[in-house]
Ligand binder design. Sequence first.
Ligand SMILES: [Cu+2]
Length: 193
Amino acid sequence: MSLLRVNVRKSLIVLATVGLLLTFSLSSGSGTANAGPSIDVGDIWFCDVSFQNGVCETTVPAGSLVTWTWVGFVPHNVVECGANFSKGLACTGGGGPDWASATQTLGTFARLFDTQGEFYYLCTVHPTTMRGKIVVSGAAVGGIAELPGLSSTSQLAADAGGDRSVLIGAIVAATLVSMTVAVTVWLTLRRRA
Ligand SMILES: [Cu+2]
């Protein structure tokens, strides 16, 4: 009787733990921030080689998490540089950049854009070649943000990858829950027998 009671309590603790893990894994994939676009950081361009020497403009709804993904072989950075790049080639004017990534050759940099406006950035290693602009619209919409002006296949593939990872996370979590329930029930029954 008491052994059964202990098992039931153990089962409840396991279920509660798994439930918490499930909640965390789902919220990390699609929490308060919209899963925004991923912008490629290449040699030597933002978004796509066609934006080399130009300005890559990316429009997102307010509340979007924008991620830059390094895809090249030489060091670059992403540095906020004032309206129309008013902070200069090193972005040190006007009190310096409001935000900046590290100078790196691999990895990602993510930033949540939750206020409406236009945010200019450049790579201070290649300040005249690599320039970009995030336009944050007022409308907060769920899901993946639209990317006007960006039609490269790598951009589309990156967006699809983001969707897939959330889906895979949900499937893995659901599988873990059902496996845990099955093992717990099996252990409980075996101990009672
Ligand atoms: Cu660069």
